[in-house]
Design a protein around this ligand. Sequence first.
Ligand code: AMP
Length: 229
Amino acid sequence: MNQTEVKPQELILALSKGRIFEETIPLLKEAGITVLEDPETSRKLILPTNKPQVRVIIVRATDVPTYVQYGAADFGVAGKDVLQENGNTGLYQPIDLQIAKCRLSVAVRNGFDYENAIRQGMRLRVASKYVQAAREHFAKKGIHVDIIKLYGSMELAPLVGLSDVIVDLVSTGNTLKANNLVEVEQIQEITSRLIVNQASLKLKRQMLQPILDAFKAASAEPEPDQQTV
Ligand code: AMP
């Protein structure tokens, strides 16, 4: 794979807006790094930090592994869902940061008898952005499915008859509830991982290692109610 030219004196961190950005901020703080602009209000895609040699780029969640793979970013934070679905070759994944926690689940319209449909051997129409994970899940259960790939608003599909079920990320469950859907199966827990470009790890280890160590220490901390006083 062609690598983008590695700039030796600089570290680029790829993040996506929203939960991943917000939940990475405290980890960066542990490494002594403060991002100087808020991506929710700034239109800039390259954000400065208090350390002149560290910059943050804001990209779509599904693009984070690509930027890191090609070395355009030295490291990044990506969900397990994204890494599984879009491939993760050539990426070093040293730390499960335990952030942006959610679960990949199967959901149906309230009133749809999922168990009965399975018992009857019904062929299910499944709408999802997570085609690979959905296919694997139903294959393991021996359920025949037609997968319909969607790019967003999966919750709509069962409501308008596009699909019988959806496979989507669930966090609080509020989106499902608001759309009269119910979760019927949890496929897997999802957390976000730190990913590092392999060349950067070798060539910039001195700059990267303290940040990786701080991230590791911060993500391994026990929950407040488990802390010994
Ligand atoms: P919630 O209403 O809190 O259950 O969140 C569900 C909505 O947020 C769905 O549209 C999901 O696709 C999306 N979502 C939940 N958690 C995540 C996450 N960790 N990363 C990306 N999208 C998420």
